[in-house]
Write a protein that binds this ligand. Structure first.
Ligand SMILES: *Cc1c(COP(=O)(O)O)cnc(C)c1O
Length: 399
């Protein structure tokens, strides 16, 4: 939670990423400390009572607030341009806490069909038990979004760019549509981070993060966050987290806090390397099609660039090889450098076969409808030398 009049709001992104959030203690430490304590001590019984009643502010218990977690929340809030941020134990906990904090039984969620698998599962298998229904539309089809809004729709939910095909939604018109119908727009900003895209400035009400990915950036721990205004996020979502308990641990918060310091540099480097790899793949005779927002041929390329919705292409490149699953697995199994893992947002390049892993639970028909063919390969481009990544992929592409 950060103060609207804070001088840090005049600072540029990179300065905010180094200098916000931390309040130096009496020890005059330079680096942000990790407060590994479950509870906090009061000077008197009267002070304890005042803290519990909310009459005086201050830490009580680390499920509610913790100074290291607060430092991460304040820094991320400033970077996304939100008044409040609540950190959570995972990205999924951030989505759950958002839904629990802002929706009631009878409400309807209208969501993009191209979603992280666990998000779809949360909406369809679990939220339905509590009377919250979700229907899905194509991410890029604004008319379909408009036509699918119901009187009971309360939340519009999307990820842009989508996984794994990197389709992009224009955020501003969707925010306008949501507000015209009294709905909120939530954007899962995991693939871009605020270094490349700031949905709140484009009219979105809520930004969701899996901090596990680029905010950490080195594949070390699991966490999440919700950013938005002081009432919905600062009160409503925070209330769920402090009561239900999917709170972020101070150690993980410290990892993410330090990750934010190099976020802009890393996202620029990931984007540069991904563009080079995408261009190389695009010219490779064994590659049928490359999906990357930074390529001029990408259908929503106009949304990418300085001053556009998304500053650069990001780090995810997906490509299709001819020969289906056998050919795709051959490319993946021939790698010696890339890590075969479904995680992304790491300094180490990761490679995935979506049709048999992240999207393996979909029926073949649903996969085909989503455009996720058996020959598709997703690469989350890391910070190794891009020539070495090319050599690693070339081995299987030759075959
Ligand atoms: C990983 C991911 C999530 C879930 O985050 P966890 O930290 O794994 O709970 C949500 N959305 C997107 C787009 C993701 O990639």
């Amino acid at each position: 939670m950060c103060d609207d009049d804070a001088p840090e709001l005049d600072w540029g992104f990179a300065t905010r990423a180094q200098r916000t959030g931390h309040q130096r203690t009496a020890e005059e430490e330079h680096c942000e400390p990790i407060f590994t304590t479950s509870s906090f001590v009061f000077a008197s019984a009267a002070e304890a009572a005042a803290r519990f009643s909310g009459e005086s502010s201050g830490n009580i218990y680390s499920r509610f607030t913790n100074p290291t977690v607060r430092a991460f929340e304040e820094r991320l809030a400033v970077l996304e341009g939100g008044a409040a941020c609540v950190a959570t134990a995972s990205g999924m906990a951030a989505i759950l806490a958002t839904c629990m904090g802002l929706l009631v039984a009878g409400d309807h969620i209208l969501s993009s069909r191209s979603l992280f698998g666990s998000t779809t599962m949360l909406f369809d298998k679990y939220l339905t038990r509590f009377g919250i229904q979700t229907t899905y539309v194509g991410l890029t089809d604004l008319d379909a979004w408009a036509a699918a809004i119901r009187p009971e729709t309360r939340l519009l939910f999307l990820e842009t760019p989508s996984n794994p095909l990197t389709e992009m939604a224009a955020i501003a018109p969707l925010a306008e549509l949501a507000h015209a119908h009294g709905c909120l727009l939530a954007v899962d900003n995991c693939f871009c981070t605020p270094a490349l895209q700031r949905p709140l400035a484009l009219g979105a009400d809520l930004v969701i993060h899996s901090a596990t990915k680029y905010l950490d950036g080195q594949g070390r721990c699991v966490g999440g966050a919700v950013v938005g205004d002081a009432t919905r996020v600062g009160d409503d979502v925070f209330g769920v987290v402090r009561t239900a308990g999917p709170s972020l641990s101070p150690f993980n918060a410290w990892i993410f806090l330090k990750g934010l310091e190099t976020l802009e540099l890393r996202m620029q480097a990931h984007s540069r390397a991904a563009l080079a790899l995408a261009q190389w793949l695009d010219a490779h005779p064994a590659v049928e099609r490359v999906h990357f927002p930074g390529l001029a041929g990408h259908p929503q390329h106009h949304l990418v660039g300085e001053g556009a919705q998304q500053r650069a292409g990001g780090g995810i490149v997906t490509f299709a090889v001819s020969g289906g699953r056998e050919a795709a697995w051959r490319v993946i199994d021939a790698t010696r450098l890339c890590s075969i893992t479904a995680n992304l947002g790491d300094t180490k390049t990761t490679i995935t076969h979506p049709a048999s892993t992240t999207h393996g639970r979909l029926s073949p028909e649903a996969r085909a409808a989503a455009g996720i063919g058996d020959g598709l390969i997703r690469v989350a481009v890391g910070l190794e030398c891009v020539e070495d990544i090319q050599t690693d992929l070339a081995r299987g592409l030759r075959g």
